[in-house]
Design a protein around this ligand. Structure first.
Ligand SMILES: [Fe+2]
Ligand SMILES: [Fe+2]
Length: 479
């Protein structure tokens, strides 16, 4: 195997060219990563020249370079935000100690678990999205898909860097295992449920990047507060890239809605059958996709009551969203938080609030912060519908709807928050979540559009191009 030219092939600010131990670990891992990319990365696209941004520094101005590259040659780099002198552990029982530059022995296993859980999601989403390139609605969208994919690849690198640098042999084993688990694999699946779901069509992709990449944002924000300084610094830099992923989702859904509304107004109808016959996605179907992605994603925050969440916080490993902006004691003993449960009564039951120790409810706190943030985009989508003069509004479903994790798992709760019987749930399921028929219809619209500046019929063009390029720029050269 030929030696890697580190500074050229792997842009970094971690002094990789001097770090022999890290080089040796990466020398073993990097070929496996490239093999994984060729086996399970974007399908049939290895030879395309794609207009991608590459992270080349951590300077807020000019951190990224844009240019056409073949994805297997993408320069996956390793970047940590600059060190803040005098930074402390800002919460939990170590509050006020100097932030850790090395892994504290007593918290090693938990820290490794946190890093592995985050790292596992990154290649998972690349696997979930690997066939989408075959049905991209435009070059612009294809480029955005690939941008998200290569950056999720880099996020895996970011977590692998921490494992290689700070965890020795078991870190290397965990880094290898992240290339061995696969999304949806019956024997060796990804760690978290939503990352084993399929992303079969572009409406799912936009919903995923809006909702599930936003889960990524909240997890990264919580880790950016970590007392383990290298984790805080690397996740802060990852957030820079994450913003674009959520933009792809929000603007994607928005463009689908805009096109649907345009056709509804042309045809003067709100009949889903007629709207579908015109080759666009009716708003109730968009609502059902939203219900699905919202509910599956909020499960990612974990059980509403969790002793692990308390341990991670107490030990200074994982904070709350915007921990240091909050005005409390950052220890949280003796405080409570309201979580929801279902009280059985008669045929259905009702949702009831319970007070639980705040430290045990930190997953729920992060979930609630996430929900607030994600509703913002739903409101912006409604503005598009409102502007078109159409009396339909999208709504985020109730947080008890369609849950699989925590106290609410398996409760039969409607998107409006009514507890219903198992029979009613079964009878109305297809009103609330995408049916096989909905998915088949959306799939029937998917077909690759390759000409620069052309867009599939079911989606409006974007308002502007990427990096101030025109909309009809050649974002992907197919060769
Ligand atoms: Fe990511
Ligand atoms: Fe992302």
């Amino acid at each position: 195997m030929s030696a890697i030219n580190y500074s050229e092939k792997i842009p970094n600010n971690v002094n990789l060219s001097e770090d022999k131990t890290l080089q040796r670990a990466l020398e073993h891992w990097q070929p496996n990563y490239l093999q994984w990319w060729s086996d399970l990365g974007p399908d049939g696209s290895q030879n395309f020249d794609v207009y991608l941004r590459t992270a080349v520094s951590v300077e807020p101005q000019g951190w990224a370079q844009f240019g056409h590259v073949k994805m297997p040659d993408y320069r996956w780099g390793i970047f940590l935000n600059p060190k803040e002198e005098g930074r402390q552990v800002n919460f939990g029982e170590h509050k006020g100690e100097a932030a850790w530059q090395d892994v504290p022995g007593e918290h090693r296993a938990n820290l490794r678990r946190i890093i592995v859980t985050q790292g596992d999601t990154e290649p998972a989403s690349v696997e979930q999205q690997r066939h989408l390139g075959l049905t991209a609605p435009s070059q612009y969208d294809l480029r955005n898909l690939f941008q998200v994919n290569v950056e999720e690849g880099r996020h895996l690198w970011a977590m692998v860097y921490l494992l290689h640098k700070y965890f020795g042999r078991d870190g290397r084993e965990e880094a290898d295992a992240m290339l061995e688990r696969h999304s949806g694999d019956a024997d060796n699946p990804r760690i978290l449920g939503a990352f084993n779901e399929k992303t079969p069509d572009w409406l799912s992709f936009y919903m995923f990047t809006y909702f599930t990449d936003r889960d990524g944002k909240f997890q990264l924000c919580a880790l950016a507060e970590s007392g383990f300084d290298p984790l805080a610094r690397t996740t802060k830099f990852m957030l820079t890239e994450e913003a674009h992923h959520m933009f792809v989702g929000e603007s994607g859904v928005s463009r689908v809605i805009a096109r649907t509304c345009e056709v509804m107004n042309q045809l003067k109808t709100d009949d889903p059958a007629k709207i579908r016959a015109a080759g666009v996605i009716d708003l109730p179907t968009i609502q059902r996709y939203l219900n699905f992605h919202f509910s599956v994603t909020i499960d990612l925050f974990g059980a509403d009551e969790s002793s692990n969440a308390a341990i991670f916080y107490n030990s200074g490993l994982k904070g709350r969203f915007e921990e240091t902006k909050r005005e409390d004691d950052h220890r949280l003993h003796g405080r409570t938080y309201k979580v929801l449960g279902v009280e059985k009564a008669g045929s259905g039951g009702q949702l009831v609030e319970r007070e639980v120790p705040l430290l045990n409810a930190l997953n729920e706190v992060l979930r609630d912060d996430y929900i607030k943030d994600s509703i913002g985009g739903v409101n912006r989508w409604n503005k598009v519908i409102e502007k078109a003069g159409i009396p339909f509004r999208l709504v985020a479903p109730h947080k008890a709807f369609n849950r699989r994790i925590g106290t609410l798992a398996g409760a039969n709760v409607t998107p409006q928050g009514q507890v219903v019987s198992t029979e009613e749930w079964a009878a109305r399921h297809d009103d609330w979540l995408p049916s096989a028929e909905d998915r088949a219809f959306v799939a029937s619209l998917m077909g690759r559009v390759v000409d620069a500046g052309k867009f599939a019929n079911w989606i409006a063009p974007p308002v502007m191009g990427i990096n101030r390029q025109p909309i009809d720029f050649d974002y992907v050269r197919f060769n």
